[in-house]
Design a protein around this ligand. Structure first.
Ligand SMILES: C[S@@+](CC[C@H](N)C(=O)[O-])C[C@H]1O[C@@H](n2cnc3c(N)ncnc32)[C@H](O)[C@@H]1O
Length: 149
């Protein structure tokens, strides 16, 4: 599954560029969202973490053909990644993935970070806002500002 074009557009609009630090996609898949982020923010470091080798390989080929020098794509579990310096995190995961993300945020992230999640909410955190896409499922996009107040 990849984020729809409506979801990508909405998520891109919510990314925070005021804070310094990389913009990170936690599960970058075929590169749909992370490439759109890197194209919109050519002067910022953009990182994607992806577990599955085939989508990761395709995204690497796309990155090179589009000459996105600001984009780094790791074949790696985001649970083992350093998220402490990120300015924005984007994701389209699944409920257990959001539990793992919440645990990582609590344990490791003390900077201000904006989190934009397609479809799935963080289990123990109140979103700053929820945008319902005008699609068949009224897909929610959750926006969080970490640390919570
Ligand atoms: C629904 S896709 C979303 C792809 C892309 N972010 C988008 O929005 O189009 C979720 C991706 O997260 C990857 N993923 C799931 N758990 C992961 C983990 N712990 N670390 C890295 N990638 C993970 C999956 O392999 C899958 O490719």
């Amino acid at each position: 599954m990849m984020s729809s074009s409506k979801a990508c557009k909405t998520m891109l609009a919510e990314i925070d560029t005021y804070e310094k630090g990389p913009l990170i996609d936690l599960g970058s898949g075929w590169g749909t969202l992370v490439i759109a982020v890197a194209q919109k923010h050519p002067n910022q470091q953009v990182i994607g973490y992806e577990l599955s080798w085939f989508p990761w390989l395709v995204s690497k080929i796309l990155k090179h053909s589009l000459r996105l020098d600001n984009l780094t794509l790791f074949r790696k579990d985001f649970k083992n990644a350093d998220l402490s310096t990120a300015s924005s995190l984007v994701c389209y995961l699944f409920p257990e993935g959001m539990v793992a993300l919440q645990e990582k945020l609590v344990d490791e992230v003390f900077n201000k970070v904006t989190i934009v999640s397609n479809t799935f909410a963080l289990p123990l955190c109140q979103p700053t806002r929820v945008i319902k896409l005008r699609d068949f499922y009224q897909t929610p996009i959750y926006v969080y500002h970490w640390p919570p107040k």
